[in-house]
Write a protein that binds this ligand. Structure first.
Ligand code: SPD
Length: 287
């Protein structure tokens, strides 16, 4: 583990396909875990932040865009929400948003890299908030793909994938076999959610992912929003379900329980974000 001595403030960038996306700040921790290079920074604009293998993951004063968009369409739409699975999500932000719903009784989080959890608990404690000590929260440090393959049929109401980009440890979170297991472990009326990359900076990955989810599930729809620190800032999350697209309709009682403390998400924002599909994407999805 490397603990760099305090560095001068400078630019920390994620270079991506001829562009770079950066924040002014300084590196607090940089280490190589068994899976990836983990960097914790202190930025001028967004507070402390996390990169994995040099790619932006989250930051204290920006994480709400990402976590609210990923969680609430699923948690407000699924028929039941008693039992939730989060694959990835080692900073705790996704679990924190799920556990704001009083109907969640049991949440399994399976994160492959225990060092991401430990460094997030130490340096980014506001992102996980109270999740780490919530009695409903059950952390397994292990392989989410193997967990999905071994899970019994119909064992979760909601399955959420909060992984990184499809290279390195997250690569297997973007393929047909994995999605088939996610579909199989959902109870009737269940909802699947995954971050689905940028329609600009990862255009083909995004298109392929939505198409694949539409092959595996009866319904799959991308929702478009922003994570300003990510490549291009334009981001997407995709929701899928069997029978009907329950993620499109938010349950009023669940909305009432969380809305006052949301910064980005609301039922109105969600409706607009599902409708904000760029024309190229409509064309890609038209048979
Ligand atoms: N390119 C960034 C994709 C990051 C997805 N996961 C972010 C983790 C936040 N909990």
């Amino acid at each position: 583990m490397t603990q760099p001595s305090p560095a001068a403030t400078g630019w920390i960038d994620e270079p991506h396909q001829g562009a770079r996306y950066g924040l002014e700040g300084r590196v607090l921790v940089e280490e190589q875990s068994d899976f990836q290079r983990i960097t914790v920074i202190e930025s001028t604009r967004y507070g402390k932040g996390l990169l994995l293998d040099g790619c932006w993951m989250t930051a204290e004063r920006q994480e709400r865009h990402y976590h609210e968009s990923l969680v609430h369409p699923a948690l407000c739409g699924a028929e039941g929400i008693a039992k939730v699975l989060v694959i990835g999500g080692g900073d705790g932000g996704t679990a924190r948003e799920c556990l704001r719903h009083p109907g969640v009784q049991h949440l399994d989080m399976v994160e492959i890299d225990g060092r991401v959890v430990a460094l997030s608990q130490e340096h980014l404690s506001s992102i996980g908030g109270g999740c780490w000590n919530d009695p409903r929260f059950h952390l397994t440090v292990g392989d989410g793909i193997a967990w999905a393959a071994a899970a019994p049929d119909a064992s979760y109401d909601v399955v959420i994938v909060d992984g990184s980009d499809p290279t390195g440890p997250a690569e297997g979170l973007f393929n047909r076999t994995f999605f088939q297991h996610c579909q199989r472990m959902l109870r009737p009326g269940g909802v699947f959610a995954t971050q689905s990359e940028s329609p600009e900076a990862f255009r083909q990955v995004h298109i392929d992912l939505v198409r694949l989810l539409r092959e595996v599930f009866d319904h799959a729809d991308p929702l478009y929003g922003w994570v300003p620190m990510y490549p291009s800032g334009w981001w997407s999350w995709t929701f899928a379900a069997q029978g009907q697209p329950r993620y499109r309709q938010a349950d009023p009682a669940r909305v009432a329980a969380i809305a006052a403390d949301c910064k980005i998400w609301s039922p109105r924002w969600q409706s607009g974000a599902f409708e904000a599909m760029p024309v190229f994407m409509e064309r890609e999805l038209t048979p």
